[in-house]
Write a protein that binds this ligand. Structure first.
Ligand code: WT7
Length: 700
């Protein structure tokens, strides 16, 4: 990080950065794929060129049904809070359900696959989804007294009640904020407080790894913690994994907790008119990690977001109504919102929701599901691909399924892993799209349009239609195609899927994403406001982008972002801990995992259970997903003379990389002490690591 810049800035100080795998050749789609593809017209790139911006996005908006057409495609008057399709009125629930009933009411909207294999998959048709969403919307309106603009927090796992809840909220214009089911009650509380939710929607239990997990207990923690932090939750609505049965050791609190399946009886056959929402009203919040402790509530719009996910689902995911589409992500992340729920359902696809872990009860499970449901579009993350390859490299060929299309998302995929995905999972028949994007961006930024652009293992691809990236170095100089140097990848232009702001914190929105490369802070011209993604990237001669990873203090674990500051503050809740520093370590399966260095308060003896306590605190405050690989108790942190912890040095030690010159530190001797503690006495490494690690926490 360059001196004097805010901690939310990303940093890149060396001009030439080593990339850790070589440029690959092209792999072409089959004639069979091209023959059936939704987008085969190369003129699309011209139509979505900057010359035709912003009107080009009408093509996506026209995939939807509008109550009122918009008068202004892009309103920049409140830059950089962009407004799309202003004047337009639309409802997301109507677009994902009602409008399909005429042709598709008896078609599967959702295939729910429970984790226990002896529990049969359940089909929810569009008609059935319509009924459930309407009844639950009536409950939200008349029983929970929620209305347009209210926020409601959902803490739900992968069962159909989650999309039913989201779509019922959307029907009424209630802003849903779903918290990943695996997050702790405390994490949920922070999001309840930040969003100002008075209602929490949860479920009693769900299956994970062969166990029926008690989930309701998290709601009790969430409500209690939120109350302590000043936000009162009046009602907790509890779905049941098995309607009519309650599986939780937490007694429902009288007057606060309500079993949804009981209350719903009152609303049998209720129908709720979808609320005609202004296009730019928020549809949902999705919290994500930043470089400071507090998660950011990314606010997504109704019209722009839905248009963008429908367009990219149609042309990048190549979804047709006849397809059986399975995205194995969790709906608790943006991938699930955009590409399990809103995008596919807007296109009347059949979307698969699998409750459990991919390797339960064995590594053949995903392929049995694919065979049974005849899935033909498959979507997952590199971390899962690596895990499935490790656990069952020959499993796919044992099952009779055929994918036409596969997606990878969330982190860079190594060419070697890409090839296994292509050859073994895809049986050499399926095309692959590597999709690069973020919670903030709502939908894809870079990928290949599968029938028009060849794949290149290890590269996400060119920008998708209507997205115009630019790579800047630290001096704001553009690094062009074939420059051979990596830099900060930004997007030149706004697009309809982009988040509108950080909930309740416009200043942080501007400073995190726009301040760095803004050309004129007073300008109302979008050209002056490039969007900073925080990723490092390299642009090859052919216009394909290779994404190298985060350049800020964010660790991408298994395709999901964890802020180091969040982990550090969780560690600091342990009374014995004086200081904590978190760094990423390369992990064969998860990509990156956190290592934590802690120092103890004076007088605390090492050898007590500080390590176990830190791990437990992190699980409790954030969730198991953030569990550190190692917790090292060190005598002192390596520090600059001004007292800043040198995380880069610790990252080098954790990854056995070249530590570089430490003589300018205030306490250079401690570095070798820590190195021996972590690596043993063997010789010091000299190699340079992947750039996100080599540059981690760099302060120039
Ligand atoms: C960060 C965003 C995208 C939805 C899921 C994660 C990294 C994402 C790729 C990719 C290389 C990728 C970036 C990005 N990332 N996709 N295809 N290749 N890196 O969303 O939690 O907001 O994380 O994930 O570093 O900034 P997220």
């Amino acid at each position: 990080m360059a001196k004097g810049k805010s901690s939310e800035d990303s940093g890149l100080s060396e001009a030439q950065i080593a990339v850790h795998w070589k440029e690959e050749g092209y792999v072409y789609p089959s004639a069979q794929f091209i023959a059936q593809a939704n987008m085969t017209d190369p003129a699309i790139f011209e139509r979505f060129s900057l010359d035709n911006f912003p009107e080009c996005f009408k093509e996506y908006a026209d995939l939807l049904s509008w109550y009122d057409y918009w008068h202004t495609t892009l309103d920049t008057s409140d830059a950089p809070c962009w407004k799309w399709f202003v004047g337009g009125k639309i409802n997301a629930s109507y677009n994902c359900i009602d409008r399909h009933l005429k042709k598709h009411k008896n078609k599967a909207a959702i295939h729910f696959v429970p984790e226990p294999e002896d529990e049969a998959p359940a089909v929810i048709t569009y008609q059935e989804l319509y009924v459930r969403v309407n009844e639950f919307a009536a409950l939200l309106r008349d029983f929970a007294k929620l209305k347009k603009g209210d926020r409601v927090t959902l803490h739900m796992p992968m069962t159909p009640e989650l999309p039913v809840t989201m779509l019922a909220c959307a029907r009424l214009g209630i802003i849903h904020s779903e918290v990943f089911g695996g997050f702790s009650g405390q994490s949920c509380a922070d999001r309840i407080v930040d969003s100002g939710s008075h209602v929490l929607i949860t479920i009693d239990s769900y299956y994970r790894n062969g166990k029926l997990i008690d989930h309701k207990v998290n709601a009790d923690i969430a409500v209690k913690t939120a109350q302590e932090k000043g936000q009162k939750v009046d009602k907790v609505l509890v779905w049941q994994r098995y309607p009519g049965q309650y599986h939780s050791k937490s007694e429902p609190v009288k007057g606060r907790d309500f079993i949804v399946n009981d209350v719903l009886k009152k609303y049998r056959d209720a129908r709720v008119e979808p609320v005609k929402m202004p296009a730019e009203d928020p549809l949902f919040l999705m919290y994500t990690s930043g470089t400071t402790g507090k998660p950011k509530g990314c606010q997504h719009s109704t019209g722009g977001y839905l248009a963008y996910v429908a367009g990219t689902s149609k042309y990048v995911q190549d979804i047709h109504p006849e397809d059986v589409y399975w995205c194995m992500a969790d709906i608790g992340w943006i991938t699930g919102h955009s590409y399990i729920v809103y995008g596919p359902l807007a296109l009347a696809a059949s979307s698969v929701i699998y409750e459990g872990v991919p390797t339960y009860p064995d590594a053949g499970r995903p392929w049995r599901i694919a065979e049974r449901l005849d899935v033909n579009i498959f979507h997952t993350a590199p971390t899962t691909i690596r895990m499935l390859r490790k656990a069952g490299p020959d499993e796919p060929q044992k099952y009779n399924y055929h994918f036409k299309h596969m997606t990878t998302v969330g982190e860079p995929i190594e060419p070697e892993v890409w090839r296994w995905y292509h050859k073994v999972v895809g049986k050499g028949e399926a095309i692959i799209v590597d999709t690069w994007w973020q919670t903030e961006t709502g939908g894809f930024l870079c990928s290949t349009l599968p029938a028009l652009q060849p794949m290149k293992p290890g590269s996400a691809g060119p920008a998708v239609p209507g997205i115009h990236p630019v790579i800047y170095d630290d001096e704001r100089k553009e690094l062009g195609a074939g420059a051979g140097k990596a830099g900060n990848i930004c997007i030149r232009n706004p697009w309809p899927g982009a988040f509108q702001t950080i909930w309740g914190d416009r200043d942080r929105y501007v400073s995190t994403y726009y301040a760095r490369y803004c050309k004129n802070k007073k300008s109302k011209d979008w050209r002056d406001w490039p969007y900073l993604t925080g990723d490092g990237a390299l642009l090859a001669e052919d216009g394909y982008y290779r994404i190298l990873g985060r350049l800020d203090d964010v660790i991408n674990v298994a395709g999901h972002r964890l802020g180091t500051k969040e982990l550090e503050s969780a560690a600091l809740t342990v009374p014995e801990i004086a200081e904590a520093a978190v760094v990423p370590v390369v992990d064969d399966l998860k990509g990156r995992v956190p290592d934590i260095y802690v120092s103890l308060k004076p007088g605390v003896k090492s050898g007590n259970d500080a390590q176990a306590k830190v791990t437990k605190a992190i699980e409790q405050e954030i969730g198991k997903i953030a569990r550190p690989k190692n917790v090292y108790v060190v005598p002192d942190m390596p520090k600059t003379r001004s007292g800043k912890i040198m995380r880069r040095v610790l990252a080098a030690i954790s990854n056995t990389l070249d530590i570089g010159d430490v003589m300018t530190l205030a306490n250079p001797d401690v570095v070798e002490e820590i190195r021996v503690l972590v690596q043993g006495k063997k010789k010091v490494a000299t190699k340079k690591g992947p750039e996100d690690i080599a540059r981690f926490g760099d302060d120039g």
